[in-house]
Structure formats: structure tokens, C-alpha cells
Design a protein around this ligand. Structure first.
Ligand SMILES: C[S@@+](CC[C@H](N)C(=O)[O-])C[C@H]1O[C@@H](n2cnc3c(N)ncnc32)[C@H](O)[C@@H]1O
Length: 273
């Protein structure tokens, strides 16, 4: 199940029963679902039986019973994230892309994230770390964990995610994790917990919307012996992809959050701790 989404090789040219598929009419109008014999795709723009899609070549145009056109596409992680049902702010693809690289998150990574929120980031982490890796995801609000479970079920309820309904004030169950990422308002209050869950020299990252929060975090990072600190933000501007009037789009997301990274170190005078 994990490989099906990560492996975007198009080895099989046609859609098969059990595949995750998208019907899209525009770049932002995506419907993602699993193809099931006898299933029906239904929107206000008409109905398309799954049996009509099974065996069809990816990229083909298909009409609903009302004559509305859609394209049959294999959804990628960008579309999966963009269509995630959310009750919280979820992280943006531009930020996630850099976080994965900066924190060295890939096949086999074992890591903690908190809070789970709607599970937007959890889905991407699960797909990235694969069967050999594991995501331990902590969230204090039960309704959020339930929503995240539902969102994860859409990509096949991967076995490499374990959810905990818990305030991280109480600490984490894991030790020697490769990485810990916190997406919650006060990461500076939990650095002792992060330190005891991370392998020395491991990767810590967090996202904060305001500079006031960063100042507090920087002070606490030093106090808790974190070094190699980086603070950055990622700006991204889309362009109108039209040959005759190629220029930036009118609106952009000007601010999502600052990204802060650091690594816990053991100084010579603490090496026997
Ligand atoms: C912005 S959302 C996380 C969104 C998530 N990263 C995503 O991409 O969907 C922040 C979440 O952190 C949770 N949270 C805040 N403080 C927490 C704590 N001390 N322990 C556990 N969860 C916490 C909140 O309940 C909320 O659901």
C-alpha cells in the first residue's frame, strides 16, 4: 500500500482495481478515491462508475453521465496533502519539502511528531519513511487523532504510524529517535522531553508563526544544550502558466511560519551523564 503511492513509475499504464486514483477537472479540483469494482464516483457534475475507469489509461479524459469532463490521474503526495480534510492549520508543501531534506527524513527514519492535528504531515511522513521507518504521532485532542486516522485510512491505513492521545508535557515513550518535529504553539516548554527522546546529535525541528515565539525558543534551546541552530522561512510564488501573459499570479501566501532546526549535543563536561 505504501509503495503504490510513493512508486509513481507508471509501470502499469492502466488504472487497476485497488489503485488510488484522482479525477480532476482543474489543477485545484481533485477528487481522490480508491478504485473498487462496482463503486461509483459521484459529484454534482455527474456520476462515473469505477468499472468504466478500471482498465483505462492514466491521463485519459472521461465524461460523467452529465457530460462533464474529468481526467483520470494517479494522485501524488502533493495532491494527497492538498485534499486532506482539516480542522487545524496543516503544513504547507513548500515547508514540508525543506523540512524533509533538512532533517534527513527518508526511508527507514524513526521519528516523533506532535501535534498530529489533522494528520496532514503524518501522511507525508508515513509515505516518506516507508516500511522500515516508523512515525510516533502525539496529539492531546482525541477528535483530532480520530480525524488524522480517517485521513490516514484514505492512503491505506499504513502500519508504520502509531498514534498517542496524550499531552506531550507527560513525555514520549520512545528513546533514541532519529528526529522529532513539533508543530504546536509552545515547543520551548517541551525541550527536556524532546532531548530525552532523541538520539544525541539527532534532528529537532519545529514551525512557529511569530518571531516572539522564536526568541523564547532560542533561549530555551541554548539552555537545553541544543546547537547547530538554523532559522529560516520559505517564500514561494506561483506564476500564471500562460504563454501570452506569463507573470506572477495576483495573490500569494506571504507567510506560513518560520522553520527552526537544532541538534541536541553532549558537551565534554556532560559526557558522563
Ligand atoms: C497546527 S496543529 C498540527 C497540524 C499538523 N502538523 C498537520 O499537518 O495536520 C497543532 C496540534 O497540536 C496539538 N497540541 C497542542 N499542544 C499540544 C501538546 N502539549 N501535546 C499534544 N498535542 C498538542 C493541538 O491540539 C493541535 O491539534
Amino acid at each position: 500500500m505504501l509503495n503504490q503511492i510513493v512508486d509513481n513509475s507508471y509501470e502499469k499504464e492502466t488504472a487497476q482495481a485497488g489503485d488510488l486514483a484522482a479525477l480532476a477537472s482543474t489543477k485545484t479540483n481533485y477528487f481522490i478515491f480508491r478504485l473498487e469494482p462496482g463503486g461509483l464516483f459521484q459529484t454534482h457534475r455527474g456520476v462515473i462508475p469505477h468499472d468504466q475507469l478500471i482498465g483505462m489509461k492514466w491521463g485519459s479524459e472521461v465524461l460523467s453521465h452529465k457530460g462533464s469532463p474529468f481526467y483520470l490521474l494517479k494522485p501524488g503526495i502533493y495532491e494527497i496533502l492538498s485534499t486532506t480534510k482539516r480542522n487545524t492549520q496543516i503544513m504547507y508543501p513548500k515547508d514540508i519539502g525543506f523540512i524533509l531534506m533538512k532533517m534527513n527524513i527518508g526511508l527507514g527514519t524513526k521519528m516523533i511528531e506532535a501535534g498530529t492535528g489533522s494528520g496532514g504531515f503524518t501522511q507525508i511522513l508515513s509515505l516518506m519513511v516507508g516500511k522500515e521507518g516508523h512515525i510516533y504521532s502525539y496529539e492531546r485532542r482525541e477528535e483530532m487523532t480520530n480525524l488524522a486516522r480517517k485521513n490516514l485510512a484514505k492512503i491505506g491505513a499504513p502500519e508504520n504510524v502509531t498514534f498517542y492521545n496524550r499531552d506531550i508535557e507527560e513525555g514520549f515513550d520512545q528513546k533514541d529517535m532519529d528526529a522529532v518535529f513539533l508543530d504546536l504553539p509552545n515547543p520551548y516548554d517541551y525541550l527536556a522531553q524532546v532531548r530525552s527522546a532523541l538520539v544525541p546529535g539527532g534532528q529537532f525541528g519545529t514551525l512557529l508563526p511569530t518571531t516572539n515565539q522564536i526568541t523564547k525558543l532560542l533561549l530555551e534551546l541554548k539552555r537545553n544544550n541544543f546547537e547547530f541552530i538554523d532559522v529560516c522561512e520559505i517564500l514561494m510564488r506561483f506564476y500564471q502558466a500562460e504563454a501570452e501573459k506569463f507573470r506572477p499570479v495576483d495573490r500569494m501566501v506571504a507567510h506560513t511560519g518560520y522553520l527552526i532546526f537544532a541538534r541536541p549535543i553532549n558537551r565534554l563536561d556532560q559526557s558522563n551523564e
